[in-house]
Structure formats: C-alpha cells, structure tokens
Design a protein around this ligand. Structure first.
Ligand SMILES: Cc1ncc(COP(=O)(O)O)c(C=O)c1O
Length: 374
C-alpha cells in the first residue's frame, strides 16, 4: 500500500489537468509573442487562463502576473516593494517560508532594508498588538505575513493585518501559497497589495504560479529582456504550465465548500484516532476548524528510541510524509518553524497533509504503522 500524506509539499496532479496540458502541448505550439496565427492562438489561451483566474479571485486580469513558482512570486513581492515602492523596512515573522525569510535577510544584508520580526502566539500566529506597535514605529513598511503556515497550518487573520497595515501606510504581502485554491478567496474583499500562488499545491503542475499585484501598486520587472506579462516579467510564457494552473484552479474552486468539509472530516478523524492510539501525542499550531488549515496536521510524538529514523521507516512502509521543511535523508530534522514556536527538541514531529484523494483507510494504515514503529 502507498499512502501519500505530503500534500503541503506537493499534490498529485488531477487527470483533467494532465489532459488539458497534453492537448495544449500538441495543439498550441506558437510563441505567444509571435504575430502569426499560431502565436496569437498561444497568446489567446494564456489570456483566457488569466481571465479565468481573475474571475475566480474577483480581481482584474491585469493584476495577475504568471511566474515560475510560488518562490519567485514571493521574491518579486519583497524585492519590488524595496526596489520600486520606497520600502526600507520589512515586518515579517520567523516562521515564514524561506522564499520570504531568505529574501528579506538578503535585502537586509545588502543594506537595502531593515527587517523586524513580529511576536508570535503559541500557535505561531502573528501577535496583532505587537504588529501594530511595529507598524507605528516603522510606517511605510512592507508587512509580509503568510495566510497559512505550511508546516503547522495556523492561519493568520488577513483582514485584521490589512487594517493595521493601512492605518500606518504600510504595504501588505501575504504568502497565500497554502490557501489559494483551498479556500474561496475573494480579493475584492481583501485589502492587500500582493498575494502569491503555486499551482502544484492544488493538483496542478510544478514550476508555475502567479503573483497578484493590486493595480494601485506600480512596480518594475525583476526579470528583464522582453515585454511579456505586460512588461512585468520577461521570458517566453510557460503556456502549458499556465493552462495547467488555470485548469487546476478552476477544478479546485468548484464545489470548494464540499471539499473543505470532506478533508476537514479526514483531519478530525486523524486527530481523534492518533490521540487514542498513540498516547502522549500533541499537535503543533492551531488545530481548530476556524483557526487552522484543514489540509495540514503537525503531530508532536512522545519521545521514542526510533525517533531519528521514523520518516525513513514510514517510507519503507509506503507512507510518504514530511518532518518539517528542514528534514532530509529520511530523518526527523529540526525546522525554523518549530524553533519559532519553541517546540521541545526531545520530541519528533511529523507533518501529515491531506488532499481530496486521501481516504480513511489510508489514515488508519498510517496511524497503525506509526504506532507499531514507535
Ligand atoms: C507557504 C509557501 N510559500 C512558498 C512556497 C514555494 O512555492 P514553490 O514550491 O512553487 O516555489 C511554498 C512551497 O512549499 C509554501 O508552502
């Protein structure tokens, strides 16, 4: 039996997405910048994809800039804020994805911006009082705080953060890579400057994403050398990737509430079963339905002699999970997120992450195998 419970790392591609991309590869071979019929066809499908995404997000299609990944989109938001918007201070948290953290640190090292880290509560959520005082101290900053944390699933209150940002003339970027395609997001109700997306987190292809940029914000491209993406990102478009992203996004948003409920039920079942079968289990992050991402469950296990090889042993048993973003070679490693929430280092941590393809049988098998192992 093979059980894939690493959906926060990436998801299995939807068959319909593969079909759509395959057809595009066969039929649409022109360069979207070419003026002949094949080129115009390619341009048309890219623009249709952009329109479809913008319609779902309730924004203008000119606000969607396709990128090569969520990482690139996050980089673009931070770097453009500093390069073009006069930002000299970034307010973020120590548990952001490395696409944000390393970029902020690089900008600081180069002397282009100072970085402040907001205090976090026990769940790893931004302390809004501290955020308020930081923005008062540094008006005009860029706030970069993720919507949901990819390791522990805790959700930040985007609306409250944007109010604090606006009250102090700050720009606001939210890394929504784990929530776009997972929640019905209506950007006409979100007062944000940048959000970011990665297709492979919702059954789309790897290597394609986008940055939403509010139309009031004027920035220049990071990648130069062509006028693509309305001169916001040079380089021939990844036509089939963009088609795959748009198809995956359309599927993800159809009957989204039913999917949320079904996956939340799987997660709740997992919480109940593991608590019953492995005594001493705790959970990191907010596991409430309203406060935590329904696809992610971060489990802190009681100390065991097997801790150091747990991921490897699970892998041998056909169970694919993560131990946090910093883990490698099948061992349970430490992670900057766990450090950020002061997780005790004598306990091992496994991140289980679910998708619409996860079944109760898979959950039972994973928990029973884990119990035997420890
Ligand atoms: C919160 C978050 N931000 C950014 C990224 C980076 O996305 P990509 O894999 O498309 O570079 C990820 C992927 O793990 C993520 O979880």
């Amino acid at each position: 039996m093979q059980v894939y419970l690493d959906n926060a790392a990436t998801t299995i591609m939807d068959a319909q997405v593969i079909d759509e991309m395959t057809q595009t590869m066969k039929d649409i071979y022109g360069n979207p910048s070419a003026i002949h019929t094949n080129g115009r066809q390619a341009k048309a499908v890219v623009e249709l994809a952009r329109k479809s995404i913008a319609k779902i997000l309730q924004c203008h299609s000119s606000e969607i800039i396709f990128t090569g990944s969520g990482t690139e989109a996050d980089n673009m938001a931070l770097r453009c804020a500093v390069n073009d918007l006069g930002v000299t201070h970034i307010i973020t948290s120590t548990i952001e994805h490395k696409a944000v953290l390393d970029t902020a640190e690089t900008l600081e090292r180069k002397g282009l911006a100072k970085v402040s880290y907001v205090k976090l509560d026990v769940y790893g959520k931004a302390d809004l009082k501290d955020l308020e005082s930081l923005t008062k101290k540094h008006p005009g900053s860029l706030i970069s705080l993720m919507h949901a944390n990819n390791e522990i699933g805790s959700l930040n209150d985007v609306h409250a953060i944007s109010q604090i940002a606006r009250a102090n003339q700050c720009y606001f970027h939210s890394d929504t890579v784990q929530t776009i395609g997972h929640y019905p997001i209506d950007l006409s109700n979100w007062d944000v400057d940048f959000v970011t997306c990665s297709a492979h987190k919702f059954h789309g292809p790897k290597g394609v994403g986008f940055m939403y940029k509010n139309k009031s914000v004027k920035i220049n491209p990071i990648l130069t050398g062509g006028g693509q993406e309305s001169a916001m990102r040079a380089g021939t478009e990844n036509v089939m990737g963009i088609i795959g992203l748009s198809k995956a996004f359309e599927i993800a948003n159809a009957r989204i509430e039913d999917k949320i409920k079904a996956i939340q039920d799987i997660k709740s079942y997992f919480i109940k079963q593991i608590g019953k079968k492995i005594i001493g289990t705790c959970f990191n992050g907010d596991i409430s339905t309203e406060g935590g991402l329904y696809t992610v469950l971060n489990v802190s296990l009681p100390p065991s002699k097997k801790s150091s090889t747990l991921l490897f042993q699970l892998d041998i048993n056909g169970i694919f999970v993560s131990g946090g973003s910093a883990c490698n070679s099948g061992t349970v490693g430490s992670s900057h997120v766990l450090t950020g929430i002061n997780h005790p280092n004598n306990r091992s941590v496994i991140r289980f992450s679910f998708s619409k393809f996860t079944t109760i049988q898979e959950v039972d098998y994973a928990i029973d195998t884990l119990r035997e192992l420890i």
